[in-house]
Design a protein around this ligand. Structure first.
Ligand SMILES: *[C@@H]1O[C@H](CO)[C@@H](O)[C@H](O)[C@H]1NC(C)=O
Ligand SMILES: *[C@@H]1O[C@H](CO)[C@@H](O)[C@H](O)[C@H]1NC(C)=O
Ligand SMILES: *[C@@H]1O[C@H](CO)[C@@H](O)[C@H](O)[C@H]1NC(C)=O
Length: 351
């Protein structure tokens, strides 16, 4: 008698397990991890943190060389009140449009991370059945001045350069915004050449969302690093598949093996589920330090507790401040190529 009840119990559990496994399998077809590209894009994700807008717009900041040399910003957007920042430009060495979003600045990273434990799936992603996402991340991209700024810059870059690839990147919350931007460009603007690469990105939606996402933007790589705490948040609850946050694929987990002089970094390309238990999820992610370095590049604000911008008169001709105090720096590309040559010849300084 007891044996039969037990057996029934086992069958019941198995049915649940099998059905959830079937229902929530997230597949991706397309993403191929390219280490070289990752080391380039991480530099864009790092430079978008720079608060000196003159250095950033003219691409003369200390972080703005090396693998990103020659980058031309078309549009630099700062939502001053919410402390958000993004840029759109053209990278000659990638022959691509690069869009980068800044992560949290202004509140301390510790507080921001503490809040992530409690984030709810509190808004439906429009047009996708059962897809729920986190309102805060969603609206940071969709309901601020960043979105129209990014979209119009992409539009004018396309007029100038044709249908070149679009690469969207960001670190931390900037990664969450990059994902929403990549999806927006694909779903709502019919861009076909969009790829997304994020670093230390939190979860942003449920399994249904992850599934739609990877169908629309298959060319997505989500890089995680060692014990970085942020990719573990908001938490994933294995026993509540309908209610829980769920990452989209494809994760690439950077971690060290060996000790001391024999230690080396492994770049593990994870499975297509989005929640590969043998990747970042195989460790307890508690580290903020690991969150702030990817590929040896430091990512994060220059000083915590501040949300400031620095701008000088040279930018006046390019800047527009709207009624909410948001700053847009735009370059009319056809004009600026000529101007750049003239100015850099005369004063050794180009914009
Ligand atoms: C990886 O990306 C780099 C930089 O964009 C590119 O030059 C290279 O051809 C890519 N490698 C492969 C195998 O696609
Ligand atoms: C967008 O922002 C406005 C004002 O900040 C707010 O009233 C509105 O509810 C927001 N909409 C969404 C979908 O978040
Ligand atoms: C994406 O861009 C590459 C390089 O410009 C181009 O060869 C390719 O045809 C584009 N793909 C699509 C689907 O537009």
């Amino acid at each position: 008698m007891e044996g039969r009840i037990l057996l029934k119990g086992v069958i019941f559990m198995c049915l649940i397990a099998c059905s959830t496994a079937r229902e929530f399998k997230v597949k991706d077809q397309g993403a191929i991890y390219n280490h070289t590209l990752a080391t380039i894009l991480v530099e864009y994700a790092a430079s978008v943190y720079v608060s000196d807008l003159t250095e950033l717009f003219t691409w003369t900041c200390p972080k703005c060389n090396d693998l990103t040399k020659g980058f031309q910003i078309l549009e630099l957007i700062v939502d001053v009140k919410r402390c958000l920042q993004a840029f759109v430009g053209v990278a000659p060495n990638l022959n691509a449009i690069v869009i980068a979003f800044r992560g949290t600045q202004g509140t301390s990273i510790q507080n921001w991370i503490a809040d992530l434990y409690w984030k709810q799936l509190d808004i439906e992603y429009p047009g996708m059945e059962d897809a729920m996402v986190h309102h805060g991340f969603y609206s940071a991209y969709h309901n601020t001045t960043l979105r129209p700024g990014v979209l119009s810059a992409v539009e004018s870059a396309k007029e100038q350069y044709g249908d070149i690839p679009i690469m969207v990147t960001g670190h931390s919350m900037g990664g969450a915004m990059a994902a929403f931007c990549g999806l927006d460009l694909t779903v709502n603007y019919g861009s076909r050449n969009v790829s997304v690469m994020t670093f230390g990105q939190p979860r942003i939606g449920n399994a249904a969302f992850a599934s739609y996402y990877s169908k629309w933007v298959p060319n997505t790589i989500r890089v995680t690093h060692e014990h970085d705490i942020v990719p573990h948040l908001p938490p994933y609850y294995y026993y509540f598949p309908q209610k829980t946050y769920h990452h989209f694929p494809r994760e690439v987990w950077l971690h060290n093996l060996g000790f001391g002089l024999l230690s080396y970094t492994v770049e593990k390309v994870c499975d297509d589920s989005g929640e590969d238990p043998s990747c970042s999820r195989s460790v307890t992610g508690r580290s903020i330090k690991d969150h702030l370095t990817y590929y040896g590049v430091r990512l994060g604000g220059e000083e915590s507790g501040f949300c400031k911008i620095v701008m000088d008169d040279r930018l006046a001709a390019y800047s527009k401040v709207d009624i909410d105090g948001n700053v847009h720096l735009s370059r009319d590309f056809s004009a600026s190529v000529l101007r750049m040559n003239v100015e850099s010849n005369e004063e050794g300084w180009s914009i």
